[in-house]
Design a protein around this ligand. Structure first.
Ligand SMILES: Nc1ncnc2c1ncn2[C@@H]1O[C@H](COP(=O)(O)OP(=O)(O)OP(=O)(O)O)[C@@H](O)[C@H]1O
Length: 907
């Protein structure tokens, strides 16, 4: 039975697969039965499977998908894009997708999904990590695809930078292979697929899932490469079936019609809990808040409406890597694209071109895009049918993963700027407070909340307190039920831990690899691929692993370190048991890690003093500054204000979107420009060109070069930074100048200068400290849940792998449902007899430095900050000495001592 938002939380549901008694995980688990074949795209009996041959001629292409007049939009009158001065490395599609399967490629090419991205990084989610050397050795048992990689004809110089790759539809005479537009030349490519030797009739989408979701293809088939020929007749039959089903839903949104559409698009017979309800709400045009557990199938809840609704569906995601995964996982019938701030201007222009042509049904965008006037102008006011906010908890500062850029996603702004009518917000993890905040920001009425249980009952939970985690981990993996599990993820907090542990496991004959954000993206892809094809049994990872991972048969998730919140814990254990089989999740915890994490919770915080100093810089010219453009340089500012980049962005966003709008954020860009004149002399050119004459006035000359601040010049002329950049680009193309830009910065234009800086900094600091307090409470709730489970679990029956399931589930449900902040003291010390004396000595011995109470407390807790880096301050005798004393207590004592120190005439 599923619990919903009204349940008492004393039970948990099985969503998916809805079985009350999930089967135990066999040794080894057999592959799940294939889903029934779909009408779309193809049935295997009609597809010929042949060994590749160089002589083989490509078959004829399918006709283009039937065009639906309802999907047509008038072309959009976007202004030409200026070129960005920032250079990005362009990766080929294969760079991200080393073993593209036929359905993926077909989807990408034939159905216009965008092919080139520049950033796969998920590093931003990793905190306080140290860099490890890149992966060099292949796994003991390298998968066949690596060995054969060079043979694949569809590889496009995977390592080298490439021009943007535009995927085009084939014309009727060229076979059903996808053509890639490289450097404006068309090259014919054949795409390969590996044989799944079960001999069953699989749909294309099922073969895709076999490849990606765990390599259930049997061993015999691994590495065998076959060309799958798909007749254009079959292809168009699939399209027609989808088109018919879509039309039927448009004519009448009934359960029956929607199930038919589900069947032809995905091959599934029925909807899972919550899906149908959500789809119907969206199709009725009602903004909806959807809370389903990880792996429950939230994507279908926007993909089906995207097919049915006339305009485009915008999907906002917090990470580029997530967007890429989601784009790749779109079913073939949906034409998708992606826009992120890490793309080159050419990539952006290509996507915007497709958008203008009306060729896209789903567009993934980063929230930062909403800063971009060009993007906004490309979306005609009526073209957006649905806005999907994925990971919607990021909207709320009370969530575990607040993103300042998500503040831009407020219903009022979305309506005024994009004319968005219907919003679908989706998350797997949100407390009641977070949900309230998200729903109020997106103006979703309480009646439009669809919430199913957070936990699947096939997950068995256990917890242990450990004095020697690495040894206990080995014992755990070598004992039942973990010893029988063939796919395990171990989550650690720090990158260095992942390497140590994977080495230790390998030394003990356990096939393991470490995975973290500092690894080159190629290595990360390989590890993920090997794990998915069961070539590696264990991945020891930081939080960077798992976002968008849809491997169905992960049998165990082990937390080597305490997660920072119950939200993070729920999200990460949700990687296990997606196939519905019994799966095991073990959590190790210990005081030392807890103390360390708790200290880290204070690494983002700021003092009122720092906020005030920052505001003075932001509004440096208080008079006549309305409309003027300024910038804060990302590299130098953190040290100047002792404030992390992310915190600066939070403050700037709050100054834009808070009760009073003080400024307007502009897209970040490089602001220092160095320019050389070539053809015409500067003075002569300045006579003809106002931009050049302003540059001459506003620049310094160094070694014959002109160095100037781009926002200053743009402000003086009264143009935007984009216009100025285009103008410089034009001058460059005529050979008049060359230029380079550096210093990435946050840019903004002033709307209104605050009258009272003091009260504004006080309010902002108060808000930030509440956010900080909330994060600390989340960690405490996690720690207390673990401690409670260990204490209570001792009294319960049950095998080792599942002993604490009920205790932990109960605590999790309380926490999410009622925002229960668990009572009772935390494990932190509240006083120390030597603290005051030590702070006094520290201040005396560092009398040259200007400390704030927070800076002193950070050093006593051993936390680095931009102005007090660990490279210098960890040498201090006092570094980290009081990490077991509550940070607030240390800060209070530091404040008193600083006051008395200054009172005694210290500098
Ligand atoms: N009705 C259904 N029947 C069977 N399988 C389904 C159904 N709906 C979705 N799935 C499958 O469930 C898997 C998970 O779906 P999806 O990635 O959308 O989950 P999610 O809720 O977005 O998970 P996460 O929060 O981890 O991103 C996919 O492989 C998807 O094809």
């Amino acid at each position: 039975m599923d619990s919903d938002s009204d349940s008492d939380g004393s039970h948990v549901s099985a969503t998916p697969p809805g079985s009350p008694n999930p089967p135990p995980r066999p040794k080894p688990a057999p592959a799940p039965p294939p889903p029934p074949p779909t009408l779309f795209p193809l049935h295997k009996p009609k597809a010929k499977i042949k060994k590749p041959s160089s002589k083989q001629k490509p078959p004829k292409p399918p006709p283009p998908p039937p065009e639906n007049p309802r999907n047509k939009r008038p072309p959009c009158s976007a202004p030409p894009l200026s070129s960005s001065p920032v250079k990005f490395r362009i990766l080929s599609r294969q760079d991200h997708q080393p073993s593209s399967s036929l359905p993926e490629i077909l989807r990408a090419g034939y159905f216009t999904n965008i092919a080139s991205f520049t950033d796969l990084s998920t590093d931003s989610l990793e905190k306080n990590v140290d860099v490890e050397p890149p992966l060099t050795a292949p796994p003991a048992d390298p998968p066949a695809f690596t060995a054969k990689k060079h043979k694949l004809p569809n590889l496009i110089r995977a390592r080298e930078p490439l021009p943007p790759v535009t995927l085009r539809k084939c014309s009727g005479s060229e076979g059903n292979f996808v053509k890639l537009n490289l450097n404006k030349k068309f090259n014919r490519r054949k795409f390969l697929n590996r044989k799944c030797s079960t001999g069953k009739s699989y749909s294309r989408s099922y073969r895709k899932s076999k490849r990606r979701k765990g390599g259930e293809c049997d061993d015999e088939a691994e590495g065998d490469e076959f060309v799958v020929e798909i007749s254009s007749k079959e292809m168009s039959k699939g399209f027609e079936a989808v088109e018919e089903a879509v039309e039927a839903v448009r004519d009448g949104v009934s359960d029956e019609n929607l199930v038919k559409l589900l069947k032809v698009m995905y091959g599934y017979d029925s909807f899972r809990d919550g899906q149908l309800e959500a789809i119907k709400m969206v199709l009725e045009g009602k903004s909806t808040m959807l809370v389903l557990p990880t792996g429950a199938g939230k994507s279908i809840c926007y993909q089906i409406p995207a097919m049915v609704l006339p305009g485009i569906t915008l999907v906002v995601s917090p990470l580029v890597a997530l967007m890429i995964d989601q784009l790749k996982q779109l079913p073939p019938a949906i034409q998708g694209g992606l826009l992120s701030s890490s793309q080159t201007s050419q990539e952006v222009a290509d996507t915007l071109g497709l958008l203008q042509e009306g060729a896209l049904k789903v567009l993934f965008v980063s929230p930062e895009r909403f800063l971009n006037a060009e993007f906004l102008s490309c979306l005609s006011p009526t073209s957006i049918s649905l806005l999907v906010v994925d990971e919607a908890h990021c909207v709320s500062e009370w969530s575990h993963n607040f993103r300042p850029s998500y503040m831009r996603l407020r219903a009022s702004l979305l309506r005024s700027r994009l004319n968005v009518g219907c919003i679908l917000a989706m998350t797997a993890t949100a407390t009641a407070t977070t949900l309230n905040a998200v729903m109020s920001a997106l103006e979703i009425p309480p009646t439009n909340l669809i919430q199913k249980s957070l936990l699947r009952e096939n997950l068995k939970l256990s917890v242990s307190m450990s004095g020697n985690r690495i040894k206990d981990l080995l014992t755990l993996i070598k004992s039942s039920p973990f010893e029988e599990v063939k796919s395990i993820i171990i989550y650690c907090k720090f990158q260095s831990e992942t390497d140590t542990i994977s080495r230790y496991l390998c030394d003990n004959n356990i096939n393991a690899k470490s995975y973290h954000g500092a690894l080159p993206s190629k290595d990360r892809r390989s590890i993920q691929e090997w794990f998915c094809s069961n070539k590696i049994r264990v991945v020891v990872a930081t939080v960077a692993f798992g976002m968008g991972l849809d491997k169905r048969d992960v049998g165990a998730v082990i937390h080597y370190s305490l997660p920072e919140s119950l939200e993070e814990y729920v999200q990460e254990i949700g990687r296990a048991g997606r196939d519905g089989r019994l799966s095991y999740c073990h959590l190790f915890f210990d005081d030392i890690t807890y103390f360390k994490l708790r200290s880290l919770m204070y690494s983002d915080g700021v003092d009122e003093y720092a906020v005030n100093k920052f505001l003075c810089e932001v509004f440096k010219t208080r008079n006549n500054s309305h409309g003027k453009i300024y910038s804060i340089i990302k590299e130098s500012a953190p040290c100047k204000f002792d404030m992390k980049e992310e915190v600066m962005l939070t403050l700037l966003t709050q100054l834009e979107l808070g009760e009073v709008q003080y400024l307007r954020l502009l897209p970040p860009t490089n602001v220092t420009c160095t320019l050389n004149f070539y053809k015409t002399s500067p003075a002569l050119l300045a006579d003809k060109d106002i931009v050049v004459s302003t540059i001459l006035k506003k620049s310094e000359t160094k070694y014959g070069q002109y160095v100037f601040d781009i926002p200053t010049v743009a402000s003086s002329i009264g143009v935007t930074i984009t216009d100025l950049s285009s103008h410089l680009q034009n001058l460059k193309s005529t050979g008049e100048i060359t230029y380079d830009s550096k210093d990435p910065a946050y840019c903004y234009s002033i709307v209104q200068v605050p009258e009272d800086f003091c009260s504004l900094s006080l309010n902002l600091t108060k808000w930030l400290s509440e956010v900080e307090h909330c994060k600390v409470q989340k960690l405490d709730a996690m720690f207390k849940t673990a401690a409670y489970a260990v204490n209570e679990g001792e009294k319960l029956e049950g095998d080792y792998g599942s002993k604490h399931t009920l205790c932990v589930q109960r605590k999790i449900l309380d926490y999410f449902k009622e925002d229960v902040i668990f009572e009772g003291p935390n494990a932190m010390g509240q006083s120390s007899p030597f603290l005051r004396a030590d702070i006094k000595v520290f201040l005396q011995s560092n009398s040259h430095a200007k400390f704030t109470p927070r800076a002193v407390a950070r050093i006593m807790h051993g936390i680095a900050s931009p102005a007090y880096p660990s490279t210098i301050w960890s040498k201090s005798h006092f570094w980290g000495r009081y990490s077991q004393i509550d940070f607030q207590v240390v800060m209070d004592v530091a404040k008193e001592e600083l006051l008395s120190f200054v009172g005694k005439g210290a500098p």
